[in-house]
Write a protein that binds this ligand. Structure first.
Ligand code: G4P
Length: 526
């Protein structure tokens, strides 16, 4: 197969949802269709249970599972599908944000009863920043939920994206009869079973009186009425706005009952984008360029506390990656080759000889070789953009609790930050180190890992902060004035950039008001 054909057939995407909407269940069903697994229940949930915040064995175990299930590749209908898994627990949202930088499209799962939830909204913001194409799967139609038209309005308003149903539910809950597949002009009838495939009838004219034979008079009348409204309100589906991230096709179904999943997949492979050009600081890189390039979007620490080895996940942006070929690690300015790169097929990790743009490979890293955002190329100086850090929401001073282990602590903190576990700021006023996270759980993870992997003990001290934001201004005098006025609240991030630590929303608002020439950024990518 030519490079062009290899790249054209790749679909690299993530499934995202608020916890419990059905992401794990949907992933599992997709793998079943790909023949990647053969029984339901084979995919272990990558979510850390809400109750388990202090159950370390459980978290460690689940972290181990999530290495295996982080990327799931399989072939389906001549397409090579790569699903990137994202942690369900919202305290690991940062990890999810980064994963989204490595995908070409996204499927969002929404619970029909709950509609758009907090985490869905937040993840959609990240998709919108990058104009990532999204398809929405409204799940759990076998349960009573919202009116589908109300739900479409909610999706549009809350996710700030135009929507277009490509399937439509026929009733719901106990009276759920199936969906009308608008995309394929079929009637998909519901048989509640967890293992069998839907019964489908070609049905291109819903005014055909045979409809009554399948779904009864009342539901047939309702479906006709609904379809008339849909056709009146929504434009015909067009892939261009979808690919531009402006229009989300919507499917309805029940992942648990394996209903509507194949229809989703069949449409997805047809319309979802193959690997797209990626911006580097220097230029736009086309996936079909011969020369290999890629970036590290995730680093996963190994389970074994005696060996501090990691797996660095590389998204291949262009060309072909080959085992044992020299590539340039741009930040270190060093040529390196890799003897045991792994690919992720279904549930297994295996060594691969080659991989193509769109694929994710894992590179074992024994000693802090990689940081999130590092670029590898065939030799060209490229730096890929697009690994934003988000303004954290929780802050604590980190202190050394064992004076004999200061060095270990220092090293541990820096390596964990390179892995992207949290963000480190140094207060310019008192020199103290502040760790910023998106959730309480990270503080516990950091403390635990420092102790078990680096033999260092840390102590947390509370600090009351509202937000950390990166500041920037063309007007150097204004910037200096600001820094002088706020000197107690100025910090630097890992890269030495200026960060303002606002202790309340009011203070931040006033600062924005008093210093109009200063830009306050809430993500590190600006
Ligand atoms: P998540 O990864 O998004 O967090 O969700 P997950 O797939 O784990 O699903 C959350 C719960 O919703 C699970 O139930 C799952 O069985 C259920 N579920 C998923 N899809 C459907 C569906 O189409 N219909 C219905 N009725 N339920 C669905 P649980 O009781 O929390 O877990 P389990 O004991 O069933 O594994």
């Amino acid at each position: 197969m030519s490079l062009h054909e290899e790249i054209e057939r790749r679909r690299t995407f993530a499934i995202i949802s608020h916890p419990d909407a059905g992401k794990t269940t949907l992933t599992e069903k997709l793998l079943l269709f790909g023949g990647a697994i053969h029984v339901a229940g084979a995919v272990k949930s990558n979510k850390i249970k809400k109750t388990a915040t202090s159950d370390w064995m459980e978290i460690e175990k689940q972290r181990g599972i999530s290495v295996a299930t982080s990327v799931m590749g399989f072939d389906y209908d001549n397409y090579k599908i790569n699903i990137l898994d994202t942690p369900g627990h919202q305290d690991f949202a940062e990890d999810t944000f980064r994963t989204l930088t490595a995908v070409d499209s996204v499927i969002i799962v929404v619970d029909i009863a709950k509609g758009v939830e907090a985490q869905t909204r937040k993840l959609m913001e990240v998709c919108r920043m990058r104009n990532t194409p999204v398809i929405i799967f409204v799940n759990k139609t076998d349960r009573e939920g919202k009116n589908p038209f109300d739900l479409l309005d909610e999706l549009e308003a809350e996710l700030k994206i135009a929507v277009r149903p490509l399937s439509w539910p026929i009733n719901q809950g106990q009276r759920f009869k199936g969906v009308y597949n608008i995309y394929q002009e079929k009637l998909d009838l519901y048989t509640p079973s967890k293992q069998t495939v839907t019964e489908s009838v070609a049905f291109n004219d819903i005014n055909n009186p045979e409809l009554e034979n399948y779904i009864g008079q009342q539901d047939a009348a309702q479906l006709r009425e609904d379809m008339e409204l849909i056709n009146g309100v929504y434009d015909d589906f067009d892939t261009a706005p979808y690919l531009a991230g402006q229009l989300a096709p919507v499917f309805f179904g029940s992942a648990l009952n394996n209903f509507g999943v194949k229809e989703l997949l069949d449409c997805f492979v047809k319309i979802a984008p193959c690997p797209l050009p990626i911006h580097s600081l220097e230029r736009e890189v086309d996936p079909e360029e011969e020369s290999f390039s890629g970036f590290i979007f995730k680093i996963h620490a190994n389970m074994d506390p005696n060996h501090r080895s990691c797996i660095a996940f590389v998204k291949i942006c262009s060309g072909k990656f080959e085992r044992n070929v020299n590539y340039k690690h741009i930040r270190l300015g060093k040529m390196m080759k890799f003897s045991s790169p792994t690919a992720f097929m279904a549930q297994k990790k295996e060594t691969v000889d080659e991989a193509f743009a769109g694929d994710i490979i894992g590179l074992p890293d024994g000693g802090g070789t990689f940081k999130i955002g590092d670029t590898l190329t065939g030799g060209e100086e490229l730096h890929f953009k697009g690994i934003p850090s988000f303004s954290p929401e929780m802050f604590k001073y980190i202190e050394n609790a064992d004076p004999m282990k200061a060095k270990q602590l220092e090293k541990g903190i820096h390596q964990l930050m390179d892995e992207g576990v949290a963000q480190l700021f140094t207060n310019q006023f008192n020199g103290r180190k502040i760790v910023g996270t998106v959730g309480q759980l990270q503080f516990e993870v950091i403390q635990y890992r420092l102790e078990h992997e680096y033999n260092a003990i840390c102590r947390w001290e509370n600090i009351s902060l509202y937000k950390a934001c990166w500041i920037q201004s063309e007007d150097k005098t204004e910037l200096e004035n600001f820094k002088k006025r706020k000197f107690q609240y100025m910090a630097t991030d890992k890269e030495g950039r200026d960060v303002f630590l606002a202790d309340s929303g009011y203070v931040l608002q006033m600062a924005q008001h008093d210093f109009p020439k200063i830009k306050f950024h809430f993500t590190s990518e600006f």
